[in-house]
Write a protein that binds this ligand. Structure first.
Ligand code: AMP
Length: 469
């Protein structure tokens, strides 16, 4: 099949050719005729499948040229990065038309965005919050709206945008509106939304839910602790020939910052690495992504939310510094590599306490991730007592979740400080009593100096636990 087979106009075909698209991707083959035919469409497709052009092309075909002053198309997406990316795709594909489009997102003042709107607009791409803000200022006319797209609907729901989306649905005209809903996954909540939002929809699905990009090679290292993860990461990233364009994912902003500092100072050099997360300013995030896209930097450290939807081609490796707790994020993370017919590799670091989550992920992706032995030259460090305790406790909680009758090795109500203290006293008593264990830890009577030491240890544990969340 070729793009000529769709009834697209010459302006679009020329732009497609210039964009370097040789033939439609599977989602485009299925969705373009349906959208052109005026149907409501439910598309289940991850980023990297060409889903943006799958709705942008037929929309541009319908919008054709600049007309009137009010928007005729509204595309809602969860993050500013995705909004910018969709707008960029429109810019590329609409280059031979005079269609007016704008990206509305937060993080910077709305002045320029409003000025663009005031000149007259055909297509708006927006995050739900920013759209509503500007609508409430009276700067958006909704009467001409003919097509509404919800992109990454699953993520919008995860991020709590449903109330805003409902408000938007209340204020826009519902008559004769074509609705398109795209989502990377299809959990029941998205299915419910599709019933509410779409009329007699046609469902198109390019790869079964949560299957991983077939071009991605996956591997898993079982690593005993945090510091060994750091050593392993350093070791891998030193090989900059192989890891030439790597995204490192981690769960929290704190981890992201620490990994960024460590690699920048000790391994790859500060000018070869960037970090993106929710606390980074809009411009910093955009510049970091541009630097990475242009190949100026070797490593991009990111949290899941910051990286959602970003389109970066030719990523050589994705490293999961930790296992994501939202299991679908695994699919999104590794989907960053192996795009547009490039092969890629996704490497995951897993501690004993994360094995449970890997089990769940393997169930979701319906395959097991091959385990790789740790490199022989890796400096494997002992697990500090506090970290070990935290991991055991996590494992305990996981077992309890699976088996409600399981009592657990830890008493539920005692907090970690108490437990660390109790354990130390117990150990001391064992030594004093020649290996015999007393039944109840009488930790209140420990000496003040050892008590202080214990508390410090426990406090550290408390912090690192927080950092993991
Ligand atoms: P998306 O899934 O929309 O995020 O698209 C992923 C990437 O694929 C984007 O960089 C698009 O420019 C690119 N792309 C979209 N359609 C095609 C196509 N038919 N052939 C080659 N690349 C494409």
């Amino acid at each position: 099949m070729t793009f000529e087979d769709f009834e697209l106009n010459r302006q679009l075909l020329n732009a497609i050719e210039e964009a370097g698209y040789q033939s439609p991707t599977p989602i485009q083959e299925q969705a373009i005729p349906l959208v052109l035919g005026g149907h409501d469409v439910l598309g289940i497709a991850q980023t990297g499948t060409g889903k943006t052009a799958a709705y942008v092309l037929p929309i541009l075909m319908k919008v054709k040229y600049a007309q009137g002053t009010d928007m005729r198309v509204l595309i809602l997406a969860p993050t500013r990065e995705l909004v910018m990316q969709i707008d960029e795709a429109i810019k590329q594909l609409a280059k031979y038309t005079d269609v007016r489009h704008v990206a509305l997102y937060g993080g910077l003042g709305p002045k320029t965005q409003i000025e663009t709107l005031q000149k007259g607009i055909d297509i708006i791409v927006a995050t739900p919050g920013r759209f509503m803000d500007i609508y409430l200022k009276g700067e958006i006319g909704v009467k001409e709206l003919k097509t509404l797209v919800l992109d990454e609907a699953d993520k919008m729901m995860d991020m709590g945008f449903m109330p805003q989306i409902r408000k938007i649905l209340e204020v826009i005209p519902s008559k004769k509106r074509q609705n398109l809903l795209f989502s990377a996954t299809f959990p029941p909540r998205v299915e419910n939304l599709s019933h509410e939002f779409l009329e007699f929809p046609h469902k198109v699905e390019v790869s079964p839910q949560a299957t991983t990009a077939s071009m991605v090679t996956q591997k898993l290292y079982q690593v005993p602790n945090f510091m060994t993860k750091i050593n392993l990461l350093g070791m891998l990233m030193r090989d900059h020939e192989t890891f030439k364009r790597t995204i490192i994912f981690c769960r929290s902003k704190e981890y992201a910052d620490n990994i960024f500092k460590f690699l920048g100072r000790k391994v790859v050099g500060e000018n070869k690495i960037r970090v993106i997360h929710a606390n980074k300013g809009q411009n910093t995030r955009i510049n970091s992504m541009e630097d990475f896209k242009e190949g100026n930097i070797q490593v991009l450290v990111a949290t899941d939310v910051a990286a959602r939807g970003i389109d970066i081609q030719m990523v050589s490796h994705v490293v999961n510094f930790d296992v994501p707790l939202i299991y679908e994020d695994y699919v999104h993370r590794i989907g960053r590599t192996g795009r547009a017919n490039q092969t890629g590799e996704a490497i995951t670091f897993m501690t004993e306490a994360e094995e449970y989550h890997i089990g769940k992920i393997e169930k979701l992706i319906k395959m097991s991730i091959p385990r790789e032995p740790l490199p022989a030259e890796l400096d494997v460090l002992d697990t500090p007592f506090v970290e070990k305790q935290i991991m055991l406790r996590e494992i305990d909680e996981q077992r309890k979740r699976e088996d409600p009758t399981f009592k657990g090795a830890f008493h539920e109500k005692k907090d970690f400080k108490v437990k660390a203290k109790e354990k130390e006293v117990k150990n001391k008593k064992q030594i004093i009593a020649g290996g015999k264990e007393s039944r109840k830890g009488n930790f209140g009577k420990s000496s003040s100096s050892s008590g202080e030491r214990k508390n410090r240890g426990a406090k550290k544990g408390g912090n690192s636990r927080k950092g993991r969340q």
